[in-house]
Design a protein around this ligand. Sequence first.
Ligand SMILES: Cc1cc2nc3c(=O)[nH]c(=O)nc-3n(C[C@H](O)[C@H](O)[C@H](O)COP(=O)(O)OP(=O)(O)OC[C@H]3O[C@@H](n4cnc5c(N)ncnc54)[C@H](O)[C@@H]3O)c2cc1C
Length: 369
Amino acid sequence: MRPERQALLAAVVGVSPSIADEAVRTDEEAGFPQESFAHLRHIGALRATLPESLGGLGFGYGSDGAVDLLKLFQELGEASLAVARLYEAHVNALQLICRYGTRGLQIRCAEDATAGELFALWVTDPQDGAAVLRSCSGGWRLQGGKAFCSGAGVATRALITAATEHGTQMLVISLEPGTRVQPNTIKLSGMRAAITGSVDLAGMQVAEGALLGAVGDYLREPVFSAGAWRGSAGALGGLTALIKLHRAEICKRQRGADPHQQARFGKMVMAHETARLWLTQAALRACLEDESDAAIVAYVNLARLAVEDACLQAMRLTQRGLGLGAFILGHPAERICRDLATYLRQPAPDETLTDAARHYFHANLPGAD
Ligand SMILES: Cc1cc2nc3c(=O)[nH]c(=O)nc-3n(C[C@H](O)[C@H](O)[C@H](O)COP(=O)(O)OP(=O)(O)OC[C@H]3O[C@@H](n4cnc5c(N)ncnc54)[C@H](O)[C@@H]3O)c2cc1C
């Protein structure tokens, strides 16, 4: 591993206990994890996933970078799923900017990330009032808004999608803290510290230089689907936390010699390792892009579902093994299960499975060509 990336990972490990402590408080308050992001800013994590040519450490680039980024997400997810979710959006936005942006936009956004600005990624449209981009004198103007926006009111930069008459356009906007957040009518039971709300973009003026890529680029494969591996990597961290917690509690209650508890724990370790192995391969395929788009997308889609299955199985086993204790408000297993169950609700899981199945009906099986 490159020494600078090793140092950054060690720094993340160093601040993890503090991030984990804040996860308890911010869940109760449904508040943004300010201290955690102050730590991440301080150690340089907000710029770490930029390519080296833009002042980053190259997490997510090349095979070593893929594995290192997986470790980074796993570490953050273990400390706090909400922090991993917010960081995942930041990384996703920067990756898209580095792929599709003009050199000018790339440099500007890299400078912003280096200066500690937090990027969000808001692409989900509300049922009514989807974001629309219309040309006006001197540039563009937005109408409507976005839904399920993590970091709403805190992120100072956001990559958003908006409809134009020719298709979906990405753009990068700047926001003042506390502005444009709509009164929160939807309250999620988990991931409360990701402060996922609705954002009103009506009337926002957008300069030509804020447009990112061409119409339709956001949906271009393999990036559109394959990027999901990073969210799964955060979830894997939550799974790691849950399994360690389960083990500690079973040992504390001196129930580890019971064969039923042993069988449950064995299955949990299998689920965790299955998820980790799938994700390592998914990360490599997504970051290296050395297969066909269809093969990358199908593999990562299945990896995403394999991680979902592993997490759901582990939650069921921990709830059975710890009993009612895992449902007591304030018990860490209760919070992690609530966060994990919410985080796993990612778009279109049915389609993800059937699309991948259709691919493998006609293509070589992974590792068996
Ligand atoms: C913690 C958290 C933070 C988030 N933050 C952000 C954010 O910052 N920015 C952002 O843009 N989004 C965000 N999202 C939203 C996210 O990207 C997804 O849009 C959302 O999670 C999809 O949820 P869903 O389960 O309702 O999906 P759906 O896709 O509606 O799936 C629900 C079920 O319906 C099925 N289904 C889907 N479509 C059809 C159909 N046409 N016919 C029949 N069945 C169908 C699915 O397979 C699934 O079983 C966040 C979500 C979470 C959980």
